[in-house]
Design a protein around this ligand. Structure first.
Ligand code: SAH
Ligand code: MG
Length: 215
């Protein structure tokens, strides 16, 4: 449990999502068994909702893991022309590549192996939606660099920003997570107050921050 909601609320939200393909179901099951920190079911459903409303052609993801969130976003979204995803761990990235291939999605997917920030810096194309789900201590740096790649109307979605609710209260904060939590708090404060973005903090999954560029 993510400590953000009552268990009965969370369970209800997790159960009330659209049925997924057998492939996604088995990928989800396998990821959970292997303790891969994939997006929670409600976050997955919300991403699908955002994609259906915004109809992005190009998506950038930081933190591929085994490709679960990527495949979920791609499934049923034919208008996505290009999905670029960055993963630091080479072994994990190769598993993701296999999964994209198995799902028949490899032609519109580009998996980049490397550090998120370093790789974002090398990109020079516009994205309509960016999903940040990698090293929490570096969200601010990712965000600052991503600004260069998005136009007004584009979205940035950040996962795990409330980090087991530790970001919301020191009562839950464990000492070894102090630096990450401090950075996440500063990140949230900064993004919420940006002049050229309108943002919303949602207690969904492990905490979601959604930002739209307005100018
Ligand atoms: N988005 C995936 C889960 C990502 S878990 C899903 O929901 O299915 C976070 C991933 O970020 C891990 O696979 C981890 O290896 C990767 N990661 C951690 N630090 C990173 C960095 N600095 N750059 C890129 N990826 C990173
Ligand atoms: Mg996450």
């Amino acid at each position: 449990m993510n400590e953000l909601n009552y268990d009965y609320v969370e369970n209800f939200l997790y159960e009330n999502i659209k049925r997924k393909s057998d492939f996604l179901e088995s990928l989800e099951k396998e990821a959970l068994e292997n303790h891969v920190p994939i997006i929670s079911p409600d976050v997955g459903q919300f991403l699908k909702f955002l994609i259906a409303s915004k109809k992005p052609k190009k998506i950038l993801e930081i933190g591929t893991a085994v490709g679960y969130s990527g495949l979920l976003m791609l499934s049923g979204s034919e208008q996505i022309e290009k999905f670029v995803t960055i993963e630091l761990n080479e072994t994990t990235a190769n598993i993701a590549k296999e999964n994209f291939k198995k799902a028949g999605e490899d032609s519109r997917v580009q998996v980049i192996i490397g550090d998120g920030l370093e790789q974002i810096k090398k990109l020079d194309e516009d994205f309509d939606l960016v999903f940040i789900d990698a090293a929490k201590a570096h969200y601010q740096e990712y965000f600052n660099e991503i600004k260069r790649l998005i136009k007004p109307g584009s979205l940035i979605v950040c996962d795990n920003v409330l980090y087991k609710a530790m970001v919301t209260t020191d009562d839950l904060l464990v000492r070894r997570k102090k630096t990450i939590v401090k950075r996440l708090r500063a990140f949230i404060d900064e993004v919420i107050n940006l002049e050229d973005f309108e943002s919303s903090l949602i207690p969904m999954g492990d905490g979601l921050l959604v930002a739209v560029r307005i100018k």
